[in-house]
Design a protein around this ligand. Structure first.
Ligand code: HEC
Length: 207
């Protein structure tokens, strides 16, 4: 066997063992996961169509560069739970409904796994996305104003108009409303909740 053949065999076996470890092993470990059927319904809860579109806005705006979606395990868990980022550590089942799991690896901002439980008010999110400093003075989160539009008030103020005061208020006679992208994004954020008990017996499996 010449040197090129040996080199080829070494490289091919490296790729093969990595594929076995990452793809096949993970599939064998997690490929069988199914929604948990309990007397309270199926978990994790399904996303609405609006929330699925919102996940794309989340990805397109790079929210996962600063936010994780994983309540950490073991020794580190207590800190995450004390910060009220979740009631329990994340489990693989939590990601079953996600086309892309936005695990993230940097926490410049809080973990968002359960932000829909913690902050359940759409108006709060609109204000915060429009200008994070209104809610958290000196926040380093960028403003996502381009997900909103300013429009002339026609008769009555829109029910979705963002409540803005002081320097961020629109000129008199105008209002700031969320675009469809912002509404989808907030629907996604509000649906991020993992408060079911994954250790409950799966009633579907028992039948
Ligand atoms: C440059 C980093 C950065 C990026 C990018 C970023 N954030 Fe943040 N985010 C933060 C920081 C820091 C905070 C904490 C201060 C604050 O509340 O503004 C925060 C707070 C939040 C909170 C409040 C969480 C809580 O528990 O108080 C939400 C919700 C949020 N961000 C959503 C988003 C979304 C959605 C995007 C993408 C559209 C995004 N963030 C992009 C840094 C970032």
């Amino acid at each position: 066997m010449n040197r090129f053949q040996s080199l080829f065999i070494i490289i091919a076996s490296l790729f093969f063992s990595t594929w076995l470890g990452i793809v096949v092993y993970s599939y064998l470990q997690l490929g069988h996961l199914k929604s948990l059927s309990t007397s309270d319904g199926l978990f994790p809860l399904q996303y609405s169509g609006q929330a699925i579109l919102g996940a794309q806005v989340y990805a397109a705006n790079g929210c996962m560069t600063c936010h994780t979606q994983q309540v950490r395990q073991v020794d580190l868990t207590r800190a995450d739970i004390e910060r009220q980022w979740g009631k329990r550590p994340s489990v693989p089942l939590d990601y079953l409904r996600d086309r892309t799991a936005f695990l993230g690896n940097t926490r410049l901002g809080p973990d968002l796994s359960n932000v829909g439980l913690r902050l359940a008010n759409a108006q709060w999110h609109y204000q915060h996305l429009y200008e994070p400093n209104i809610i958290t003075p000196d926040s380093i989160m960028p403003s996502f104003r381009y997900l909103f539009r300013m429009q002339k008030i026609q008769g009555e103020t829109s029910a979705q108009a963002v409540c803005l005061k002081g320097p961020h208020a629109p000129p008199p006679g105008y209002e700031v409303v969320p675009t469809e992208e912002a509404r989808n994004l907030v629907a996604y954020l509000l649906s991020l909740k993992h408060d079911y008990d994954p250790s409950l017996p799966n009633q579907a499996a028992e039948k």
